[in-house]
Ligand binder design. Sequence first.
Ligand code: SF4
Ligand code: SF4
Length: 82
Amino acid sequence: MALIILEDCIACDACVPPCPTHSIVADDPIYVIDSKTCTECVGFAEVPTCVEACPVDCIIIDKDYIESEEILLEKYKKSQEN
Ligand code: SF4
Ligand code: SF4
């Protein structure tokens, strides 16, 4: 699954540098995560680095976009090809 940013986002930019897949972009008024490239940090870290970086805990699992560990690993491998 991918993660999603809630309306509580204060647009502080703290989650952008730690994201290994460059999946987080600034939108108006809040930041958004590209579910096509977010691996939930599978392949990169034990826990999502964006979640750890967010000061207001507004990044959560997107229950409407569930993906298996296998699919997330495939996305990770694809990210290494670029
Ligand atoms: S979970 Fe990982 S890959 Fe997905 S947006 Fe957060 S930092 Fe980026
Ligand atoms: S770290 Fe949290 S509050 Fe800051 S831009 Fe990212 S999602 Fe928004």
